[in-house]
Ligand binder design. Sequence first.
Ligand code: ATP
Ligand code: MG
Length: 415
Amino acid sequence: MNLARQIERFLPGQLLELVKDISRLAAKRGERVYLVGGVVRDLLLGCPNFDLDLVVEGDAVTLAQEVATAGQAKLLAHHRFGTAKLRYESFTLDLATARKETYARPGALPLVTPGTLKDDLIRRDFSINAMAISLAANDYGDLIDPYQGRSDLERGLIRVLHPKSFRDDATRILRGVCYEQRFGFEFEAETARLLKRDIPTLDTISGDRIRHELEHIFEEDRPELAIKRLAGLGVLQRINPSLKVRGRIAEEFQKARRLRKPGQLPSLYFCLLAYSLSEKDIGQLLTRLNAPSKLSRAVRDTLRLKASLPLLGRVSLKPGHIYYLLREYDPVAIQANTIATNSLTARRHLQLFLTKLRHVRTVLNGEELKKLGISPGPQMGKVLQVLHRAKLDGEVRTRADEKKLVLSLSLRPER
Ligand code: ATP
Ligand code: MG
């Protein structure tokens, strides 16, 4: 099968020219370049994907260096792995030296040696991701599909390439579920059996790698599908025994998407997933995932705030009080509670904080207060706080109101 027409149709002109230039440079060096992985799968499915991975039968790093020198690209090379990233203004290209991998034991990092394209394809996760397209002049556009990926794509099947695949790398369990749910595919019968058999090998995977795959899932359009499926298979529980999917998770994830910009969604999803966990379980989960401090803070704040919701659910709270109750919390934690709480009043207060109160500023600043005779230091801090609170509560509105309040405060004798 030849996919030259699909390549020309789907890839933007500039990207296409670049890829062809790279292939010509490679040919001069006696090397061959292929498109591989997700982009090949998506070309066959007719979905646009500009996230290009190139495999070089030869030396990807030296080739990338030549490309970077010839064009306007920034180069990021990993000599040890034989990989390079070329960063252009509006896109990036990944180049990798074709490699052969052997796994000493489950979950171990593979031993990597240079190999052929076929070696490089057999180390991949699933047949639908193990296809390549040649970019060389003599067979440009030819599909290389040694493991029947196209047929699996047509039949809607997720299939591993060998029985030890999940044992070699159990992150493939998470990846497989992600593709199954994204495309509405099914696991091929033997793959499904191997997957269930090998769920315990998830214990061999580092926290960073598990977290990375969860983040990959959280970038999906509807990650709740994969999350529910992972719970159904017992995969979430293997990561942390207390991790389960609450009945409302789909609805909550949907709400999250309406409220948050895409870049901030993964941490919000994490907080919602962890919402019903105890403090102790949260500690274990964050340790298991080797969560970075920013994520840990959002998740811990979510639970801390959940514990204070009864206070926030009081109808009589004034805006200034709400502000000072919430200002120390991570905004993602506040958002998570807005979505997950059952208390209408608490939700209203949380929303008020996020949309309005946290942006409220006084008109007068330190400089102006100095002119009004307030000395910098603790006194000024106090005055600013009273002023801010009065502004939040609607007691002062204009510059003149603020000035009046400041003067009345400074006339008041110190106690
Ligand atoms: P997506 O659309 O989700 O980005 P992708 O296929 O581009 O899909 P990536 O995570 O970007 O997925 O990985 C690129 C390619 O690298 C995959 O297509 C697959 O062939 C290979 N790959 C990634 N992770 C693994 C893994 N754990 N084991 C084997 N092959 C992998
Ligand atoms: Mg990709």
